[in-house]
Design a protein around this ligand. Sequence first.
Ligand code: CMC
Length: 428
Amino acid sequence: MSQTCRIELDGKSHEFPLVEGTERERAIDISTLRDRTGYITLDDGYGNTGSCTSSITYIDGDKGILRYRGIPIEQLAEHGTFVETAWLVIWGRLPTADELQRFRTRLTTNEMLHESLRSHFEGFPPNAHPMAILSAMINAMSCYEPEMMEIEDERTLERAAARIISKVRTIAAASYKMSIGQPLMYPRPDFSYCKNFLHMMFSVPYNDYDPDPEINRALSLFLILHADHEQNCSTSTVRMVASSGANMFASCAAGVCALWGPLHGGANVAVVEMLEFIRQSGMSVADYVKRVKAKDSKLRLMGFGHRVYRNFDPRSKILKAAADKMLAKLNIQDPLLEIAGELEDVALNDPYFIERKLYPNVDFYSGIIMRAMGIPLNMFTVMFAMGRMPGWIANWKEIHDNPKARLQRPRQIYTGENIHDYVPLSQR
Ligand code: CMC
C-alpha cells in the first residue's frame, strides 16, 4: 500500500500520509490540510471522519463484527460477566483473579450514595425523567468526590471508575423508586453487581426481591452487550467534553444526555412504543412497514439501521436468542416479541430495507428482554447508560492518558449573512 495520498487543489499537488489500523482500516491523515491548503473537509454527520485512533473496540460493520479489546462479543456474551467486561474495556485486558476481586470489592464499598446526595432526589418532581436525574446526579456526584477531580495515577483512576460504575446503579434504581413513590432501598454488599441492582429496583422494606437466576444472567448479558461501541454519538460526546480537560463525572454526565435521544440510546424505548402501537392499533405489520416507506414519511422503523453496520448488528442476534430462551424458561408470552419477529421478517425481505442495508440493531430486541425483567419503559435508556459506563470511562481514559491529546474543536463552513450594519431599534 502506498504510504501517502496525493490531493490536487488549485493546481497544486499535496501529499498526505495514510494511516492503517491493526485491522487494516485505512485513513488519510489530513491534520495539516488547512495549514497547507486553506481548505477544510466537510462531512455532515461525520460518516467519513475518524475523530481519533482508539484501541478499545473494533467494529467491522460490513461483516457484523464487534470486539472489545480484540475479544469477540459472542465470547464475552457466553462466558463473561459485566464486571470483568468493564475491567477489560477500561484496562485493555481481562483481569486476573486478584484484579477482579479488588475491583469487585471497590464496587461494593462504593455502592452507597452520600446521604446528602440521596436528598437531591427529593428536589426532582415525581414524574421527572430518570435520564435527567441520572445525568444531574452523576454531575452532582463530583461535588462529593473532590479528590477525584484530578486523576493522577492508575489507583485513583480505578477508584473513580469503580465509584461511577457502582453509584450509577444505585442512582438508577433510586430514580425509579422515587418515580413510583416507594422508599429508596439500600444496596446489599453480599449481592453481585446485577443482583444488587435488581434488589434496589424491586425489593421493598417488607419484602426482599429474589431474582430468578435467568433474569440475573439476562441483565449481565444486556450490560455486556452495551459496554462499548466505539465512536457513537454519546461516546464522541464524552471524548469531546474530556478533551477540554473536564473531569470523568462531567464527561460521563454529558454522555448520558447524548444517549437520551431516540436515534441513539432512546431507540430502545421507541422500539417498544412502536411495537405497542402496532399491537394496540390492530394495524398489520405489512401496513406499518408501508407507512414507514411512504414518500415523505417521517416514520422510521425503530431498532433498524445503523451508521456503521450494513449487516446484522451482532448484538441484536445475541439478544434475540437470549429473549427467546428467557421468555421460554420463565414461561412469559410477550405479544410484542411476536410482532417484532414479524416486523423483522417483513423488513428483511423488503427491497427498501435490503437496498439500504437496514438490519435490526441492538435496540430491536433489548426492550423485550427488559420487559421480561420487569424494567419499566422509562428506565430502558438508563439501563443502556449503566451498561455503557465502562466504554465512556475507557474513552475518557484514552484522552486523559494521551499526552498529545488536543482540544476537540471542529471547524465549519459559514453560510449566514455577509457583513451588514447594526440598525438601531427605532429604525427597525
Ligand atoms: N427506517 C426506515 N428507513 C431508514 C431507517 C429506519 N430505521 N434508517 C435509515 N433509513 C433510511 C433513510 O431514510 C435513508 O433513506 P434515503 O436514502 O431514501 O433517504 C437511508 O436509510 C439512510 O439513512 P440515514 O439516516 O442516512 O442513515 P444514518 O446512518 O444517518 O442513520 C440511524 C443511522 C441509526 C440514525 C438510522 O438508521 C435510524 O434512524 N434508525 C432508527 C433509530 C434507531 O434504531 N437507532 C438506534 C441505533 S443503534 C444503537 C445506538 O447506537 O444507539
